[in-house]
Design a protein around this ligand. Sequence first.
Ligand SMILES: [Zn+2]
Length: 470
Amino acid sequence: MIKTAFQTSVLLLTTLATTVFASESSVLTKAQRAELQQLTTTASTSDLSYQIVESLTTEVGARMIGTEGDKRAIKWAVDKMNALGFDKVWTEEVAHFQWIRGDVEAKITAPFPQPIKAIALGESVGTGEQGIEADVVHFATLADLEAADATRVDGKIVFVSYRMERLKTGRGYGKAVGARVRGASVAAEKGAVGFIMRSVGTANNRLAHTGITRYQNDERRIPAVALSNPDADLLINQLKRNKPVRFFLKVTAMRNEVVTVKGANVIGEITGSQWPEQIVALGAHLDSWDVGTGAIDDGLGVGMVMATAAHIGQLDKRPKRTIRVILFAGEEVGLLGAKQYLIDHQATLKDHVIAAEWDFGLGKIYSMQANVAEPAIPAIDELASYLAPLGVAYNTANQGRGQSDMGLITDQGVPAMNFTPDGLRYFDIHHTENDTLDKVVPEDLQQNTAVYTIFAYFAAQADVEFRKAN
Ligand SMILES: [Zn+2]
């Protein structure tokens, strides 16, 4: 077998790390450290997580909650967990209303008629068969729209052109996403007839990015679409001519709120040998948007957490605590699976000893941050020493929060671990038709899976109380 440079460095450096920490004060015993070293080698050389993403994107593909794809994904996940040797596998129902995307026709009709590439925001209402045509009123940011006098907006199509910043941390997303979530509502309150916005995304190709929008007022809902980045530029250039710009929009999306659709959280466990009721929770979301095949959002996470549990399940003996993999339903439409999980598991939330999710990023993990009780910090220091050879820096702020779904759960007092990957390229692809398997970098996925495997094994073996006293 030919090893990559990454794999070789992992092997060499983990040997060093386990030597350095072979002291009496270690949380892990000498035998456990040896087992962890073996496990690290396995995870760093296995392509299991990639094979899982390949299987999900090839055999299922897009899987928005309530669709046939989502139903197939749930069955796929149950079958895959069973095939991977999980001890227990089950599903827990999550309900939502039906939304059908339909098509979008968008064009500038004056002063210089041109077709525009656009996509409906998730759960947008439609325009009706006739479509709508109105003058465009432009705002650089959501804040500008919020501050605007209603007389400027009334009867118009509102355009918000804020461009998401490309950052390694992915923090540009947080600044840009408000317009997507709230923009249509703010515009509607001021009398707008439609809402168009620059995609929340960093690519310069002509694909628009979808994602959820929310209506604050059920009585005032207007169609909401995202334009591709180049099309947003084109619209701005026409607006610069200081002539009225007219826009036509036809959206055939349907929000069928009387129709209930069902999804499910899919949960699987490697049952603990000593404290089976104590849970190390690993999350990802199983649903995706209905464009692309959901490879990076969040097929990557699904592959990582399933492979992590499977690698640990291959050991001679189960670790002390249970490793629970939760594949959440309906994350994209409002963290529905996480909300349902909190309801279904309220009584045993105190038994979730620590939790981590993967729902962001394409590149390697470069930083970790915990959120645990003070007395558990030496244990996190030790974990950091096992992860350092994989290139993971240790942020000691101890204010980590679980990603997406798991954020809701760690907000309830469950200790958190957050692993930060390189997010520079993620938002080129996120929520577009380009979210496909070829974007997955196998070597990065291998490193990320190794990180999660080390974390999960450590947390499941460590006789440490991570939870803060309350
Ligand atoms: Zn996601």
